[in-house]
Design a protein around this ligand. Structure first.
Ligand SMILES: Nc1nc2c(c(=O)[nH]1)N[C@H]1C(S)=C(S)[C@@H](COP(=O)(O)O)O[C@H]1N2
Ligand SMILES: [Mo]
Length: 535
């Protein structure tokens, strides 16, 4: 490199070449910013995936698993119980050094620096996707992170090169070196700052998510002080393809507006009951668990469920009657609604008389089928009200009950085109055979499904084939009117195409309507119909 001294007599020469003194150091810094961007994007992705897929965690674990025993012994010998911290620091130092090197390499021989990140990313991806229990999307944060790192590296180095060029041959550059320098520094510092903030916040978020998950695992729910009779053996028909009477938690439908499942440490959970009450009540998790809890089975369904749809499930809920809490608060006479609010901003307006009814097991629930509520089903506490659609009653992650009036307040979905009140409608569904099934002609087949009218109960179910006569199906038992009932009708198809329809009659004599209505504004109606062929 050659430097041309500028004549000292000239007044402030504008374009004197003053080559960068430490271009390689700056390129190394670009590499470091790129790795920070990688971590930030990957950690944000992991947070959005609910705490899964963090390359930081996966690579750390992989290194611990792969390290030969001798290395482990050296680490433990050197650092004692601080061996994990020491390992982490060592990994961080190596990662930063390699990234800095990649920056220098990318400046000298593009795209080899970027390639270093790609290779490192591939190794991290391998660590992430081969972890036990890794899911389909767990690799996504790493892939996005590598993309971010490569973009950041290339963009910053492009700015650095412009600065270098402007400094070396000022006459060939459209902008003065000082401007290029500022552009480079602003980009570098801004990117680094954004990455540190996003990455740090994401890591903290993931850590709190995992703390809540750990708290959930540690919970031992108390036994119910009162429980209804055990599930009768006759509640489950022995028919292939029929929906199980009790829906396993893992198969239970999930509907909510939450982009990310809220994570609440039960130790931090509070329920506040306020509004039109004599005295505000505040309840902690420990206080709730110390109350005599009830166990009650109830079928929960979504107003958005289409005829024949699967946004419905039946579970055993453990919780405390909301009516008892309302009594404790002393509800004012002019109130007619309870607006329950969730930590995520969702709210539901539930008729006060339903919540106060002695015969309705409206619960502040903590347990689902014997386990603490799964996070996506409202951990630590949710509401369940037999007979009402979820959107007006089943607030998950509930933190607040405001006693108010329908005239004064609205639940989340009401201004969005759904009815103020949402009792569940009488419905029935054919689970088997599936629409479009081809059956062997002349061989008996079980037509079976479920029927529900929670809190009213189902009295009978009928099946009709090809506009024939309605025939009574065999009904399974149920724990109570609050749950669905399985049904089965045995039939031997003749060759050809057939239409199967189902309708239920509720315990109060109402026959399920054939009128087809869409889910909005207060629940779909119509008979579920499937078309099959036999040959
Ligand atoms: N916090 C919160 N609670 C909520 C919702 C929601 O969006 N946010 N959706 C409701 C609706 S529309 C239904 S149908 C039920 C579904 O409960 P599940 O996901 O446990 O099946 O939750 C209700 N509780
Ligand atoms: Mo819903």
């Amino acid at each position: 490199m050659s430097t041309t001294a500028s004549p000292s007599t000239a007044p402030a020469p504008p374009a004197a070449p003053t080559p960068l003194r430490r271009p390689r150091l700056l390129a190394a810094a670009c590499g470091v910013v790129a790795i920070v961007a990688f971590l930030a994007v990957a950690e944000l992705g992991a947070l959005l995936l609910g705490g899964a897929g963090s390359p930081l965690v996966a690579v750390g674990s992989a290194v611990i698993d792969l390290a030969p025993p001798a290395a482990k012994n050296v680490m433990v010998g050197l650092f004692g119980t601080g061996d994990k911290v020491a390992l982490f620091v060592l990994m961080a130092v190596i990662t930063v050094a390699v990234s800095a090197g990649a920056g220098v390499l990318e400046r000298a021989r593009p795209p080899f620096g970027a390639l270093v990140f790609a290779v490192g990313g591939a190794l991290a991806l391998f660590a992430v996707t081969t972890r036990s229990g890794s899911g389909t999307w767990d690799g996504a944060p790493t892939v996005l992170g590598v993309a971010a790192a490569v973009v950041v590296l290339r963009v910053l180095l492009q700015k650095l090169r412009r600065w270098e060029a402007a400094a070396a041959v000022p006459s060939a550059s459209p902008r003065p070196a000082a401007t290029e320098r500022r552009v480079f520094l602003v980009w570098g510092v801004a990117t680094a700052a954004a990455a540190v903030v996003v990455g740090g916040a994401s890591r903290i978020g993931t850590a709190s998510l995992q703390a809540a998950a750990a708290a959930r695992r540690a919970i031992r729910l108390p036994a119910a002080a009162s429980r209804e009779t055990a599930v009768p053996a006759g509640a489950s028909l022995d028919v292939d393809g029929v929906t199980p009477y009790v829906t396993p938690n893992a198969d239970f439908y999930r509907i909510d507006t939450a982009l990310r499942v809220p994570s609440i440490d039960p130790a931090d959970w509070r329920l506040r009951i306020h509004g039109a009450v004599d005295r505000e009540v505040e309840l902690t998790w420990d206080e709730l668990l110390a109350l005599p809890l009830e166990e009650h089975m109830a079928t929960l369904s979504c107003v958005s469920n289409e005829v024949g749809g699967d946004l419905i499930g039946n579970a055993l809920w453990l919780g405390y009657p909301i009516r008892s809490l309302l009594a404790r608060a002393g509800v004012h006479d002019d109130a007619d609604m309870v607006l329950s609010r969730s930590i995520d901003g969702f709210s539901a307006g539930t008729p006060l008389d339903v919540l106060q009814d002695e015969d309705t097991a409206a619960l502040l629930a903590v347990g689902m089928n014997g386990d603490p509520l799964p996070p996506e089903h409202g951990f630590p506490v949710r509401m369940v009200v037999p007979g009402l659609f979820g959107y007006v009653s089943a607030t998950k992650w509930v933190t607040e009950l405001e006693v108010t009036r329908f005239a004064d307040a609205q639940g989340y979905w009401t201004p969005r085109g759904w009815s103020e009140r949402g009792p569940v409608k009488l419905e029935s569904r054919i689970d088997t055979p599936r629409g479009g099934a081809s059956l062997p002609a002349g061989e008996p087949v079980a037509i079976a499904g479920v029927a529900w009218h929670p809190h009213t109960g189902v009295k009978s179910v009928q099946v009709r084939i090809d506009d024939g006569a309605w025939q009574d199906a065999e009904l399974a038992d149920s724990v109570s009117a609050d749950t669905w009932r399985q049904w089965v009708h045995r039939w031997t198809p003749s060759a050809g195409s057939h239409r199967i329809e189902v309708r239920a009659t509720s315990a109060d004599g109402q026959v399920q309507t054939s009128v087809q209505r869409p889910p909005a504004p207060n629940g779909a109606t119509g008979w579920h119909t499937v078309q099959v062929s036999a040959g």
